[in-house]
Structure formats: C-alpha cells, structure tokens
Design a protein around this ligand. Structure first.
Ligand code: SME
Length: 158
C-alpha cells in the first residue's frame, strides 16, 4: 500500500526536490504503466494544486486522454494540433506563458491560462505527453521543465 504523500513547503525547487524521491518510491513498487501515470498525476496535483495534470498517450495518429487529475478534458488531440500535439510533433518540451498567445491552443477549460507539456520519449519515439495547466499566467519555467523531465525519465515504458 502506498504511504500518504508528504506535502512539502518551500521554493518550487525545494518542493520538487522533496517530491522526486517520493515519486521514485511510488514507481519502484509497481510495474503497471497506467497505475504509475495515475500516481504521478495525483502526486503533482496534490503538491502544486495546479488546475490540471495528466497524460495523453500516443495511439496511432492521435493523442488519447490517459490518467489525469482535474476537470474533464478533450479526449483526442491530433498530431501537430494544440500545445500537446505540437510537443509530440517537435518531440520537445513546450512552455506556454499565456495560452491565448499560442496559435491553435486547445482550450479544454476556460480557466487554463498557462501550460507546460513534456513529451515521454523512448527509443527516439514520443510515447505520450505530460500536460500541466495552471489558472495563473506565466506559471511554468525552466525549473518546472527540468524536474518534470526528471520525473518523466523515471517511468519505465513497456
Ligand atoms: N491545452 C491543450 C489541450 C489539453 S488540455 O489543456 C487538458 C493543448 O492545447 O494541447
């Protein structure tokens, strides 16, 4: 059984530093991909309180909604569309300080103001993306990118 998440205080970097080993511990004890994606989404949402944290998984020509925490969301996103589909196409992390300034942004919730999307890349192929949305403008920066990429690196993709 998983222990309760220890919610930490401090700077954003300190919060990530406290969270990272806890996520590592959660993943070490479980081989099931969906269970692990679900716990990553839960841990990030609990720690940071963002609007939406979740995964879209590559299924043929589309991203399909996977485990997430937050309001109900669009279920399918095409290659190259929106922030998520663009992150998939470019195989790169995208930080969007103001979603209204991102051409083609897909608004699943009108409350979302800024966003970061981190691709899960294995054998040079994008398998999924982690999408995080905030109700605040300019929420995400290089610190989020570094730690979210580190968290994504912990996932063993079958
Ligand atoms: N805003 C995303 C769509 C997913 S939701 O935000 C959960 C995009 O433009 O790809």
């Amino acid at each position: 059984m998983a222990e309760d998440l220890h919610i930490s205080v401090g700077t954003k970097e300190e919060q990530y530093q406290a969270l990272l080993p806890q996520i590592r511990g959660l993943l070490e004890g479980e081989a099931d991909l969906i269970a692990n994606l679900a716990n990553i989404a839960g841990a990030l949402k609990e720690q940071f309180g963002w609007l939406w944290v979740g995964f879209y998984i590559v299924r043929e020509e589309e991203l399909v909604l996977g485990p997430f925490q937050g309001p109900v969301a669009c279920t399918r996103i095409r290659y190259g569309k929106g922030v998520c589909g663009t992150s998939w196409k470019e195989a790169a992390t995208l930080i969007v300080p103001d979603v209204e300034q991102f051409p083609g942004h897909i608004a699943c919730s009108s409350l979302s103001k800024s966003e970061i999307v981190v691709p899960v890349i294995r054998d040079k192929i994008v398998k999924a993306v982690l999408d995080v949305d905030s109700t605040a403008l300019n929420e995400f920066d290089a610190i989020d990118q570094r730690y979210l990429e580190a968290i994504i690196a912990l996932i063993s993709w079958p």
